[in-house]
Design a protein around this ligand. Structure first.
Ligand code: ACO
Length: 337
């Protein structure tokens, strides 16, 4: 486990944005495709519906819309962006990076661009990466996007996985500000020995794209649901405690806890263990699990809800394939000179 160091400059989130595809797919809709029902899905996951992107939309299209919304919110033009990171596990292609496609789509011609792969924790890792580059003076303005077209990578014949995910994108703009804290210290970790529990096993160099691989449907996401559940609850609970301790905070000082929106039962279990259920944000009912996009979409909803005021602290916590995990405290500083 590594902990981020003190920043040279305070770095803040100065704008947020999100994009959700128009098409809503309900649990009842899924029951027409696989042997499932609304009661099973809702009681185990808290999900009622999810958004599914159009066939002609790639992950970069979702990302570009979220990015434009975040830039508008920040009052920053695309050509001011120095660094553009897309966190995704459903890239447009293996290469070039989805970030380069987004650059072209939004006109961020002065940015250097790359993707970051840490599954559902990706956008949290990307925020930390961007924060540190701003703090060290490498870049001035960073655009971080979490974007997923999960629907492309799901086996629509596997009821155990296809009901759990959705498509979408969220984005934040980061800059150094005169705020007191901004993005505070974070805690991050990974455990590669658990990789088999959550992965897309086929299509890469280990298990290349062959007819046999495709027939085995290994190009789709697989998951050991119960094990993932246990580890996600345990690790995200621990990460919240670690982040609070690192920043010498108590849970009472946090206005809102925003966890990766994997599953309502996971979020509730964390909220109960930490006795903060009244402040746990949840939108998994509407969008299901949008992987790296989920945290960014949630942050956008939280700050746009009006419940979070300047100076309030938001705690972000994520967990995903790898396994990967982390937690960061963000002082909401929008409006600070
Ligand atoms: N509809 C109806 N029945 C289903 C469905 C479905 N969509 N999916 C599975 N079932 C059946 C199974 O076939 C099984 O039937 P059987 O007993 O006859 O064999 C039964 O339901 C129980 O299956 P389990 O997988 O044991 O169900 P469980 O209670 O563990 O719930 C779930 C499954 C919801 C996936 C749970 O394990 C979970 O929440 N895991 C966390 C996984 C997660 O959130 N992953 C997201 C990615 S990770 C991340 O983002 C952090």
């Amino acid at each position: 486990m590594s902990n981020s160091q003190n920043s040279l400059h305070t770095v803040s989130v100065i704008g947020t944005g999100a994009y959700l595809p128009e098409k809503v797919v309900t649990n009842d809709d899924l029951a027409k495709v696989v042997d499932t029902n609304d009661e099973w899905i809702f009681s185990r996951t808290g999900m009622r519906e999810r958004r599914i992107a159009r066939e002609d939309q790639a992950t970069s299209d979702l990302a570009a819309e979220a990015a434009k919304a975040a830039l508008r919110d920040a009052g920053v033009s695309a050509d001011e962006v120095d660094l553009l990171i897309v966190a995704t596990l459903s890239p447009d292609m293996f290469f070039p990076s989805t970030a380069c496609f987004v650059q072209e789509k939004i006109g961020a011609k002065n940015a250097y661009c790359y993707d970051l792969g840490a599954a559902c924790s990706g956008s949290l890792f990307a925020i930390e990466t961007a924060k540190n580059q701003i703090a060290c003076g490498v870049v001035k303005t960073a655009l971080v996007i979490g974007a997923e077209k999960m629907s492309t990578f799901l086996n629509w014949e596997d009821r155990g996985t296809c009901v759990l995910f959705g498509d979408g994108a969220g984005s934040v703009v980061l800059q150094a500000t005169g705020a007191e804290h901004g993005i505070m210290k974070g805690t991050f970790g990974s455990d590669g020995s658990m990789a088999h529990l959550l992965q897309t096993p086929g299509g890469g160099s280990r298990n290349p794209m062959t007819h046999e691989m495709l027939n085995r449907k290994e190009q789709y996401l697989t998951m050991g649901g119960r094990d993932v559940y246990k580890h996600a609850v345990k690790q995200m609970t621990q990460s919240v405690q670690d982040a609070l301790e690192l920043n010498s905070l108590t849970s009472d000082e946090i206005k809102c806890f925003v966890a990766h929106q994997a599953n309502a039962r996971i979020i509730e279990a964390i909220g109960m263990r930490l006795d903060v259920m009244d402040r746990m944000f949840m939108n998994v009912e509407k969008y299901a699990n949008t992987s790296a996009a989920a945290l960014m979409i949630a942050v956008d909803e939280v700050v746009k809800s009006g419940d979070v005021k300047q100076g309030d602290l938001i705690l972000l916590v994520a967990f995903g394939g790898g396994f990967t995990w982390g937690a960061t405290v963000v002082e909401w500083t929008k409006g600070t000179a």
